[in-house]
Design a protein around this ligand. Structure first.
Ligand SMILES: C[S@@+](CC[C@H](N)C(=O)[O-])C[C@H]1O[C@@H](n2cnc3c(N)ncnc32)[C@H](O)[C@@H]1O
Length: 353
């Protein structure tokens, strides 16, 4: 039930069908409006109009885009309702267009650009996945996402920045979890720029930690480590979690990493962790759990499809995580809640005794 006491619309297949029926015609133009808003936001057009109307030549100068190409976009933005043309031949933002100014509070621009860069084309490969099982992002780009990030620092920055900002919202909550209390040496596998591990280390003055991630994260991690009061107890190790991960920790952390991967690779990476777990060492998985009943799944279905399209991964049920861990020679021993707006939980796994 929602806060209004009404069942959510997805609980009723008939209601959902009626909404879809009403909007199927709109869908044929919605993706074009998305591309217009995304393209305009990414070149900075709405920001260039934030102070008032400007002519196309003036905009072309500011944005360093040839006028003939910019004009095509400007008139399409009028068609989409984001711009209007004044009698003095100057373009101005409409009310919907003003939402595309990046500095407005709660601006959707960051999300729009993230969706446009990472998910838009990937979702276009869904048909091939359903028909042939091919990973949509790879179909769309000819390469898997993490292999592409290695060669494109700008894309890697945009990608990692998005995840790091989300994790930073509740990393202090994670850091206070009792499961970390006795840890002395921690390794955060796929730990990004290390901010979660640094928050955990700040709570544990006697502990040391290693952030383990792809080499492209090295510069960001060096900055985060230098800026943290716990930085002198934290190092960055570059590597590939499908090859080998650092050893000798009593606590390994995998946050928001396993969901990136299809079952076969997920088991492969968990086996690499299992090979490192010494007596009594623990693996902490932090992920969202897909509920078992269809009606309860709905809030996670879109994130699940995003992961599917991005990298063949997905959100899993508790039983599915238990099965993955089992296949890697580990045992899921506990699940604990964390205070966070996204539904992440902590799963604790150990080598069976
Ligand atoms: C979704 S992000 C999660 C980052 C961080 N743990 C968090 O929760 O904010 C997945 C992370 O896995 C890392 N990763 C992907 N493939 C990897 C590989 N082969 N070896 C090491 N790290 C990898 C990425 O660079 C990225 O930092």
């Amino acid at each position: 039930m929602t806060a209004t006491g009404l069942a959510p619309v997805w609980a009723s297949p008939l209601a959902l069908f009626q909404i879809m029926k009403a909007s199927l015609h709109d869908l044929q133009t919605a993706f074009k409006q998305f591309q217009l808003a995304y393209t305009a936001a990414r070149i900075g057009l709405p920001d260039a109009l934030a102070q008032g109307a400007r002519t196309s030549d003036d905009l072309a100068d500011t944005l360093a885009i040839p006028a003939n190409r910019l004009n095509r976009l400007l008139r399409a933005m009028v068609w989409a309702g984001y711009l209007e043309l004044h009698p003095d031949a100057a373009y101005a933002l409409t009310d919907s267009g003003r939402e595309l100014i990046s500095s407005t509070p709660n601006s959707p621009v960051g999300g729009l650009i993230f969706q446009g860069r990472f998910f838009y084309q990937a979702w276009g490969g869904l048909f091939d996945y359903i028909k042939n099982g091919k990973i949509p992002y790879e179909t769309a780009h000819g390469v898997r996402i993490f292999d592409q990030l290695v060669d494109d620092p700008d894309l890697a920055n945009a990608f990692n920045g998005g995840f790091a900002a989300r994790t930073a919202e509740y990393s202090a909550e994670i850091a206070r979890l009792p499961v970390f209390a006795n840890a002395r040496r921690l390794v955060d596998i796929g730990g990004g720029d290390g901010r979660l591990l640094l928050d955990i280390l700040a709570e544990l003055p006697a502990a040391r930690g290693v952030v383990f991630d792809l080499p492209i994260l090295q510069t960001d991690a060096a900055k985060a480590i230098a800026a943290s009061p716990a930085g002198d107890r934290c190092t960055f190790a570059a590597g590939d979690l499908f090859q080998s991960i650092p050893d000798a920790a009593d606590l390994y952390l995998l946050k928001w990493v396993v969901h990136d991967w299809e079952d076969e690779r997920a088991v492969r990476l968990l086996r690499n962790v299992a090979a490192r777990l010494q007596d009594g060492a623990k693996l902490i998985l932090i992920e969202r759990l897909m509920p078992d009943a269809l009606a309860d799944m709905m809030p996670l279905v879109q994130p699940d499809m995003n992961m599917l399209c991005l990298n063949g991964g997905g959100e899993r049920t508790r039983a599915e995580y238990a099965a993955l861990l089992h296949a890697a020679g580990l045992k899921l021993t506990a699940i604990e809640p964390i205070e966070n707006p996204y539904g992440f939980v902590v799963m604790i796994a150990e080598a069976p005794r």
